[in-house]
Ligand binder design. Structure first.
Ligand code: PLP
Length: 347
């Protein structure tokens, strides 16, 4: 098995102060890259100053990392949540937002906050995403479609050709938001990012985050790739300093060291496979996932009795199931042990 280098600081082997392994929120088990930590330490003495409100350095680094993208195509936010929120704010209120369901709980929340009607569309057989069902749900009231790809919590994905079809068949005044929060954890060769669609279509926005593979969830920073028009307008409605100084420099340093980020993502992928094998070996059903989490047919209460905190499946649309974040090696050992009722919170 892959052994992470000692320099990858672990979050105290993933245990919280009560001895539980916290695998509830699809976080990375490792702290930020040492490069990101050093960048934050270096700028702290300058924290009396406001950060760059244009977040230019980060937008440049993001543009350099994404072929065909210029800084004018990059929007930023206090996490990708703010990127998605700001983009949706641009749309005329009172309409509908269509998205597959189960998916990320933020989408109905944002719809409600913006006074839009949420139109969830059931995932197809096998928790698969289905562009035809989304297109069929679009009406003249639809303002946006949000596709989480790969999808949280199912871990399933829609191949680029089918996202392209969705983008091509949507009316031009309907925004398509493709949320790629988990893109770094994909290893299925059938998957490709939708980033070229953001350049081909004026109404397509791609949302990405530093909260997952980059291990910066606590600093709050994300970005979007879009047409110049959407990026420009979304940047205009953003609070001018929503991305703080520490978040900006950490994200730049992490992006510049992204080969190391991808090394950690490969660790998560190999541990995800180990968990899948353990689930199937124990006769426990699970959904093949391309994210840093797995839906598994095993009750959250039984995981908790074994000292592992996971996301209860009922609220996610999978009663009796749990969503388990792939953790550190030690945390994942505890997940496996829980299947046979072994373990418990550390005493
Ligand atoms: N999008 C999806 C689908 C998520 O599951 C998450 C986190 O759980 C995010 C985005 C991250 O949001 P943020 O970048 O605001 O931390």
């Amino acid at each position: 098995p892959y052994v992470p280098p000692k320099t990858w600081r672990m979050a105290a082997e993933g245990t919280d102060e009560n001895g539980y392994a916290k695998l509830t929120s699809n976080e990375l088990a490792f702290g930020p890259l040492p490069e990101a930590e050093a960048a934050v330490r270096d700028v702290l003495p300058r924290a009396n100053r406001y950060p760059d409100s244009h977040v230019l350095r980060l937008r440049e680094v993001v543009a350099e990392a994404n072929p065909g993208i210029g800084t004018q195509n990059v929007l930023v936010g206090n996490g990708s949540s703010e990127v998605i929120f700001n983009a949706l704010q641009l749309l005329p209120s009172g309409g509908e937002i269509v998205y597959p369901w189960p998916s990320f709980s933020l989408y109905p929340t944002i719809s409600a906050v913006l006074g839009m009607k949420a139109r969830p569309v059931e995932l197809a057989e096998g928790s698969e995403l289905d562009e035809e069902a989304l297109l069929a749900a679009v009406t003249e009231k639809t303002r946006a479609v949000i596709l989480c790809n790969p999808n949280n919590p199912s871990g399933t994905y829609l191949p680029l050709g089918r996202v392209r079809k969705l983008a091509g068949e949507l009316p031009e005044d309907v925004m398509l938001i493709v949320d790629e929060a988990y893109v770094e954890f994909v290893d299925d060769p059938g998957y490709r990012t939708s980033h070229e669609l953001a350049l081909e279509h004026e109404n397509v926005l791609l949302a990405r985050t530093f909260s997952k593979a980059h291990g910066l969830a606590g600093l709050r920073v994300g970005y979007g790739l879009a047409s110049e028009k959407i990026a420009d307008y979304a940047e205009r409605v953003r609070f001018p300093v929503s991305v703080n100084l520490a978040a900006q420099v950490a994200a730049v340093a992490s992006m510049q060291a992204r080969e190391k980020v991808m090394e950690r993502a490969r660790f998560v992928i190999s541990e995800r496979e180990r968990l899948r094998r353990a689930f199937s070996g124990a006769g426990v059903a699970s959904i093949p996932s391309q994210g840093n989490f797995i839906m598994v047919k095993f009750p959250a209460a039984d995981f908790e009795r074994s000292g592992v905190l996971v996301r209860e499946g009922e609220a996610l649309g999978y009663p009796g199931w749990s969503r388990v974040t792939v953790g550190s090696e030690g945390e994942n050992d505890r997940v496996v042990a829980a299947l046979s009722g072994v373990g418990g919170a550390a005493s």
